[in-house]
Structure formats: structure tokens, C-alpha cells
Ligand binder design. Structure first.
Ligand SMILES: C[S@@+](CC[C@H](N)C(=O)[O-])C[C@H]1O[C@@H](n2cnc3c(N)ncnc32)[C@H](O)[C@@H]1O
Ligand SMILES: [Zn+2]
Length: 455
């Protein structure tokens, strides 16, 4: 965690016997007995810190803790990642798989270590499709967020000149038969014998066309256009918070338009990867993506110039003394947090973004309420999702909706945002969004996305 992030954070410990602000508005008939976070200010104690920017005031807290000035709860920082959740003990157990990829056992605070080691010993190796701490699942998002099918996109340099040199997205796609002809638009070949032999991908013209036309034109591209427009209209770069940011690839896409950015997600390994790929922080795990599953779930290593340039080739989690990251400058960061008890200060942001998160929530109406609380007057919320509802969530949501909104997820979600006090300004109803599961499974989603303004 960067020390500059501290002022944005609040204590996420849920208070006993209180409702969260969304429920207070809903009144006594609020369905769940949810509690609201303490929201006390936090103080930072760094055990190990490293200077990372040209300013002597900015440093990375590699290990340490945050303590609430009100309820005295403590939240650890492990391998540079602040864990700001209601129950740290439960989090370390539930997320042991992801934490074990990035943190050594000895770094786990002593009071939690025994239970953590027990949970780690029970980690299941089989592939669980929606386990967001599993290497294979996270690798799919890494591909989606950082790999470009058609061309190499240099990280856009920011107005202040910082962040230059990041090659945020790299070309990766090449169909069978084309691998023999070297081209600057071809896939990355390092360490990839399958690509060099030209037999990595099936030779379907349809699949090739789909990937070439749509891989680079999904929701990120649409959101970049919207945010760029908002910046031009407001004539200032925006400060943004992304909820459920996953591996953080939207930040390099938007950063040219942003003054600052904070990504929040409950997946430890996603935040570790986000800080590595988008900020240049060290990451001890390897980054691999799927290819032919006969070779294993993630058989193809990928290298990212941004990852290796920040701190050299070392894969250790300790930041070498005196290293400076060209990407982290104190204005952007990623933390672990839970949408059910957000560790954030209210009314701080111009822009809040949530992609593919609303359908993961038990109560989807909470998301627009959270986004509304986070932004300033006239702030913007961007929402995007293909709505893969759990049947139980869909059933509860249907009950909340007025009759005219019950037949379409897009109408239902827009209604939820209007109810929370937003006015929809722009929408895209069906953005094709490609997900590469492995060389024989390409998924196509149809995504609904919109821009809404705090009314
Ligand atoms: C479907 S993924 C989408 C990731 C990314 N936004 C994208 O569109 O590629 C949903 C993300 O939300 C996160 N998530 C799910 N429930 C959460 C919660 N209660 N609090 C914080 N993050 C959550 C998951 O860890 C995951 O990274
Ligand atoms: Zn507190």
C-alpha cells in the first residue's frame, strides 16, 4: 500500500446492532440485517517501507498494519497489500489460496498463522470455475485486461509525464498457419514452443475474425471513450474508484484521463497481480495463461515489460532498497476490501466504476447505493455487466422490481440506479465481450453498460 492511499481509507469493521446507510434509507422493512462499517479514521504503522517515487513523501508500505482510531481494530498489510475487511481472521482462511501465492508463511501475523496454515493445507487443487483466488480463473482476467489481439498498445503517458513506458497490453493472438510469418503484430513468442511451431491455435476463420474484430473492442474500449468524454466536458482529469476491480487492467486504459485511481477487490491474488502489472510492484507468483488444457490449466508463460522493468528480474516479494517504480507515483493504488463493508471515505470521487460485480452481490441494489455514497455531487457512476445472476439473487431482485422492469436485466439495473438517485446519461446495450477460456473454448458475452450521474 502506498502511504498516500491512507487518507482515502476508513475502518471496515462492522458495528454490532447497526444498519448500513442503504438500509437506513430503505427503512424498517430492509430485508437483510446488515450492519454498517465503523468508518473510523485509520493510522498507519509501517514495519517495512520502501521509497518508490521521486518525491521523498511517497513510499510503499511492504508490511505493517492499519489501526482504527475509533474501535482499535487492526488490519494487516501483507506483501504491500492492505487487507481492509470486517474479519481479518476469516479473510485469511477464506482466501488462503490466493494469499499463499504472494505471501510467505512467516509474513502472516502470528495471531492468525496457525489457522492460516491449516487452511493452506486444505487448499483444493482442482479447478473451481468461480474461485477468484485460483490461478486459472485469475489468468483469464489477466488475458482479458492486459492482452491485446491486434497491436501493442504503449501505456499512454499521463499529462504529467509519469507512467511512461508501460506496455500495458501486448499482442497475443495468432491463428494456426500464421505463426510461421514473423510480424510485429504477432503473438509474444518467448518461452512458447507451441506458438513457434505454429500449432497452438485451431485454424478457424470465424474464431480468428471474432478475436481480431472484437477482442480489443469490449467494455474497456467503450468505457475509455466515455471517461475521455467526461474529462473533456468537465475540463479536468478525474479521480476514480473502481469496485471489484479484479486484476486492475482498466486503470492503465483510463489513466490518461485520471488524476488518481483506487481499485478495490476482495480477491487477494487479483490485487497482487493488479499492483504488479498496473503499478510495477513485485509479485512472487508466476503469470501464465491457458492454452491447450492437455498441457495443464495454465501452460503458457507471459511476460509483461511493465512487470519486469519496475524492479528488475527479481521475483522476490521484497522491494530492493532504493528501487523506484516508474508506474507508482502515489496517485494510484489497489487494496483488498469487501463491498459489504467498504473501507472508504464517502463523497471523495468524481467517478466510480463497477464492472461485472453487480451480479456477484447477494443484494444487487447495494451497489448503486455504495457508488452514490462514494462520489461527490454531480459525480459519475459507470456500470457494466452481462448479468449472470444466481437464481436466488434473481428471485429476490424480481420481487423488488416494479412490474414493467421484471423482464429485462438491463431495465432492472438501470431502475436500481435511478432508485438510488442516479440519472442515466449514456448506455450501450450489447457490447460483445470475449473471454478466452483455452484454445478450444472462446466465450462471447453481451454486456450492458451505462454512465449515470448523481442526481
Ligand atoms: C466477475 S469478476 C470481474 C472483475 C473485473 N471487474 C472485470 O470486469 O474483469 C468480479 C470481481 O468482483 C470481486 N468481488 C466479488 N464479490 C466482491 C465483494 N463482496 N467485495 C469486493 N470484491 C468482490 C471478485 O473478486 C472479482 O474480482
Ligand atoms: Zn473501527
Amino acid at each position: 500500500m502506498l502511504n498516500t492511499t491512507l487518507s482515502l481509507l476508513r475502518c471496515p469493521r462492522l458495528k454490532t446492532g447497526s444498519k448500513n446507510p442503504a438500509q437506513r434509507r430503505q427503512g424498517p422493512k430492509s430485508p437483510q440485517h446488515k450492519r454498517s462499517p465503523c468508518r473510523g479514521a485509520l493510522s498507519l504503522t509501517s514495519q517495512k517501507k520502501v521509497e518508490i517515487a521521486t518525491s521523498p513523501d511517497v513510499f510503499e508500505v511492504v508490511s505493517g498494519h492499519l489501526e482504527c482510531k475509533v474501535c482499535r481494530s487492526r488490519f494487516p498489510i501483507l506483501a504491500g497489500i492492505a487487507i481492509l475487511v470486517d474479519s481479518v481472521a476469516n479473510y485469511l482462511i477464506d482466501h488462503a489460496k490466493g494469499i499463499a501465492q504472494a505471501v510467505s508463511d512467516s509474513e502472516i501475523p502470528a495471531e492468525y498463522r496457525k489457522d492460516f496454515l491449516q487452511a493452506k493445507a486444505q487448499i483444493q487443487l482442482e479447478h473451481i470455475e468461480d474461485d477468484l483466488e485460483a490461478e486459472r480463473v485469475v489468468s483469464l482476467y489477466i488475458m482479458n485486461h492486459y492482452l491485446q489481439a491486434n497491436r501493442s498498445v504503449k501505456g499512454q503517458s499521463r499529462e504529467d509525464g509519469k507512467g511512461e513506458g508501460l506496455e500495458a497490453r501486448s499482442p497475443w493472438w495468432k491463428p494456426r498457419g500464421a505463426a510461421g510469418s514473423a510480424s510485429s503484430e504477432g503473438p509474444r513468442r518467448e518461452g512458447n514452443p507451441a506458438l513457434q511451431s505454429g500449432v497452438a491455435f485451431p485454424g478457424s476463420k470465424l474464431i480468428d475474425t471474432l478475436i481480431r474484430e472484437y477482442w480489443d473492442q469490449g467494455p474497456f474500449a467503450q468505457i475509455e471513450r466515455w471517461v475521455s468524454h467526461q474529462k473533456n466536458v468537465s475540463k479536468k482529469s478525474l479521480n476514480a474508484v473502481e469496485l471489484g476491480c479484479g486484476v486492475g487492467g482498466l486503470y492503465p486504459v483510463l489513466k490518461n484521463h485520471l488524476r488518481s485511481y483506487l481499485g478495490v477487490d476482495s480477491s487477494f491474488v487479483s490485487i497482487a497481480v493488479a499492483r504488479h502489472l498496473a503499478l510495477g510492484m513485485p509479485y512472487r507468483g508466476s503469470i501464465r495463461i491457458p492454452e491447450d488444457l492437455l498441457q495443464g490449466p495454465v501452460s503458457r508463460p507471459v511476460t509483461f515489460p511493465s512487470a519486469s522493468s519496475a524492479f528488475g528480474p527479481s521475483r522476490s516479494s521484497g522491494v530492493p532498497a532504493g528501487s523506484r517504480s516508474p508506474l507508482a507515483d502515489g496517485s494510484s493504488d489497489f487494496i483488498v476490501g469487501d463491498l459489504e463493508s467498504l473501507p472508504l471515505h464517502s463523497e471523495q470521487w468524481d467517478l466510480t466504476i463497477a464492472l461485472n460485480a453487480i451480479d456477484m452481490m447477494d443484494d444487487p441494489s447495494l451497489l448503486p447505493q455504495l457508488q452514490r455514497e462514494l462520489i461527490k455531487k454531480d459525480g459519475i457512476a459507470i456500470q457494466s455487466c452481462p448479468y449472470i445472476w444466481h437464481p436466488g439473487v434473481a428471485k429476490r431482485l424480481r420481487k423488488k422490481l416494479p412490474e414493467g422492469k421484471r423482464t429485462s436485466s438491463s431495465a432492472a439495473v438501470e431502475w436500481l440506479y435511478e432508485q438510488a438517485g442516479f440519472k442515466i446519461e449514456e448506455r450501450a446495450l450489447d457490447i460483445p465481450w470475449l473471454f478466452f477460456k483455452h484454445v478450444r473454448q472462446l466465450e462471447i458475452y453481451s454486456v450492458h453498460a451505462f454512465v449515470s450521474r448523481k442526481a
